[in-house]
Unconditional design. Structure first.
Length: 85
């Protein structure tokens, strides 16, 4: 068993995530390694919605944490300005 796969959730392919689901997944899997499927999907979803030009190299945890804060803030603003029915 490795640290990368210590949680069963990490082995489940979540499929494409909404922005809200991606943020939730990222917050739960922020410290996971590259083998974590939910984290990879969350990176894809958050990157696609909020970060059109990700750096070519793998982003580090500090970068992802910053993106997570930004995405959380934007999502909160969106929810505040345009509440979903
Ligand atoms: Zn994980």
């Amino acid at each position: 068993m490795t640290d990368d796969a210590r949680l069963p959730d990490c082995l489940v392919e979540p499929g494409p995530l909404t922005a809200a689901a991606a943020i939730l997944a990222m917050s739960r899997h922020l410290n996971c390694g590259g083998a974590c499927l939910p984290r990879r999907r969350a990176e894809d979803a958050i990157g696609a919605e909020y970060v059109p030009s990700l750096p070519a190299e793998a982003p580090d945890d500090a970068y992802l944490a910053e993106r997570l804060r930004e995405a959380t803030r934007l999502l909160a603003e969106r929810a505040h300005n345009r509440p979903l029915k």
